[in-house]
Design a protein around this ligand. Structure first.
Ligand code: GAP
Length: 538
């Protein structure tokens, strides 16, 4: 992972936000290549899910035909939206504070292990946030606490396995023996407290409590709030999906693992509205369709998995949820991180925005009420049911929600693409080669154009070719240093093809085209370059 992070900074994929002022935790800037990569990820998603969808034919695995459209909603919406959706009351994480270091941690992110402290005649739960080399980090913490050296490692008497802080506090009955991740004395962590993840802001100049608004923590609610507008302004018939790509904000307690858990990130979400009798089939369709998309985009292999949630893991409104997960290199072996969730949300969302905040009572969703019988959070009162004029039926559509993170997908594509092999250098000597094996659709630069040398008419022809290709693709011109080094520079940023103008080009109008992955070079006519590159899967 360190190599990937270093490459991202060195070659301009990702920078820490506000780095010149020491950085801002949980915020990331995409550099010149990163912006192209992430845009390609979002464009591929939008194109494959919305633009190229043909509503006249039944896609493979789908229960029938369906339509797709899009929206671009505001980041700040009416605060009542978050009250009815449940985010205002329920979008919490538990956090603990350290009274000694004044640091704040997400309760379930702290890992630790009990170790015997003979001097205190008790067990201390030493802790860390490190998930990759947890045991090593715990050993370092324990040695530091006992004032021991590395060579004294065998003096540590461990008890039980590594576990999370919630499990340890449950088994030890409190935080008295817990040594916080950065603390010097045990017992400085507070009891866990709830922390709402929505960022607050103020609308207008008065700044009273009534002017409080929230930065959206998901794009989905803008789609539900516009369901009626879309139905009224288009001829879309159920089943149909509304897609949206945009920023979301969550005040994560412990942002970490590069861009994986950020405080500002982008989501790519679809809310798919269907008849309740067909929702189970549509759920299965979207789950499989979305999983197949990641494979098509290059995440094939054992690092990608589809995990169906068990009954206890489901949200109170969900009748089925699956996560698409990727084994990111910063996770411990065997652990996977969520890329996308596909949820069967029933009629929860549309009913919430009609009636008000709902809670589960037995198997039913009912309006949550205050002790005086009034709704806790009142809905819009607008009719968000759907009338099918063919069947003459009125119903509240069910929703299937494939919700993906653009930054997590981009990070997974980067991690999967990172490859090291051995390839001959310009002198024919085998050298280690680092390259990014992006799918050509995702590669920031599709092709690089080089004159072999800066003379004999080659730069003039290469410049012409560059100009022609630039009308169609993102291409790069390079005439600096030996051609072998130029190839390496492009390999390292994942450019799938390098086109070289050489002596033969001047004679017969052909160029070489080199494949990043196979290193094979072919000669083709320069006039056929556009068609050739297009056929190579952009
Ligand atoms: N509307 C449903 C929803 O927002 P979610 O599982 O909370 O569901 C969906 O988020 C996706 O958004 C996740 O699968 C992940 O890819 C991305 N995501 C969520 N929180 C994130 C964070 N803090 N940083 C980066 N991506 C995040």
């Amino acid at each position: 992972m360190e190599n990937i992070v270093a490459l991202c900074k060195r070659r301009g994929f990702l920078f820490q936000s506000s780095e010149i002022y020491g950085g801002l935790n949980g915020f990331w800037d995409y550099g010149p290549l990163g912006v192209l990569l992430k845009r390609n990820v979002k464009d591929a998603w939008w194109n494959d899910m919305v633009m190229s969808h043909n509503e006249l034919i039944v896609p493979s695995g789908a229960p029938g035909t369906y339509e797709m459209t899009g929206l671009d909603c505001t980041i700040i919406m009416h605060p009542q939206i978050w009250k009815c959706s449940g985010h205002y009351d329920l979008f919490h994480d538990f956090m603990v504070d350290c009274r000694e270091t004044k640091k704040r941690y997400r309760y379930d992110h702290i890992l630790g292990r009990f170790v015997l402290a003979p001097s205190l005649a008790t067990h201390i739960f030493v802790t860390t946030l490190e998930t990759e080399n947890t045991q090593t980090a715990l050993e370092d913490a324990a040695l530091k606490f006992f004032g021991l050296r590395k060579k004294d490692l065998d003096k540590l008497q461990w008890e039980g396995e590594i576990m999370s802080l919630p499990d340890a506090m449950r088994s030890a009955g409190g935080a008295a023996n817990v040594l916080g991740p950065d603390a010097k004395t045990p017992g400085t962590l507070t009891e866990p407290r709830e922390f709402n993840l929505m960022f607050k802001t103020t609308i207008g100049a008065l700044g009273t409590e009534e002017d409080t608004a929230f930065l959206r923590p998901e794009t989905a609610q803008g789609i539900f709030a516009n369901f009626k507008n879309v139905c009224d302004s288009t001829r879309l018939r159920i089943p149909f999906g509304i897609a949206q790509v945009g920023k979301s904000f969550r005040n994560e307690i412990t942002p970490r693992n590069f861009t994986f858990r950020s405080r500002e990130f982008e989501q790519m979400e679809i809310e798919f509205f269907c008849h309740p009798s067909q929702s189970a089939q549509w759920y299965a369709y979207w789950r499989d369709r979305r999983f197949a998309w990641y494979i098509e985009m290059g995440l094939a292999g054992e690092r990608l998995q589809l995990r169906e949630h068990g009954a206890t893991e489901l949200s109170h409104y969900s009748c089925g949820t699956a996560d698409i997960e990727y084994q990111f290199p910063f996770l411990p072996p065997g652990e996977f991180g969520e890329l996308e969730g596909i949820a069967h949300r029933g009629d929860f969302d549309l009913r919430s925005h009609m009636e008000g905040k709902l809670v589960k009572e037995g198997c039913e969703l009912v309006l949550e009420k205050l002790p005086n019988g009034q709704p806790k959070h009142r809905g819009s009162g607008k009719d968000l049911t759907y009338y099918d004029d063919l069947t003459k039926e009125r119903f509240t559509p069910h929703v299937i929600e494939p919700s993906a993170g653009a930054d997590r997908a981009t990070l997974a594509f980067l991690c999967e693409a990172y490859q090291v092999d051995t390839a001959p250098d310009e002198k024919g000597q085998p050298q280690e080669r680092v390259y990014l094996k992006f799918h050509p659709r995702l590669a920031p630069i599709k092709a690089a154009v080089f004159p072999l040398v800066k003379k004999d008419g080659m730069p003039e022809i290469a410049t012409e070719i560059y100009g022609e290709l630039k009308k169609h693709f993102s291409v790069f011109y390079d005439d600096k240093s030996a051609v072998g080094r130029r190839y390496r520079r492009q390999d390292e940023i994942g450019t799938p093809f390098c086109i070289t103008v050489d002596g033969q080009t001047v004679q017969d109008g052909t160029v070489t085209i080199r494949d990043r992955d196979t290193l094979k070079q072919e000669r083709i006519k320069r006039d056929e370059l556009v068609k050739e590159l297009q056929s190579r899967n952009f």
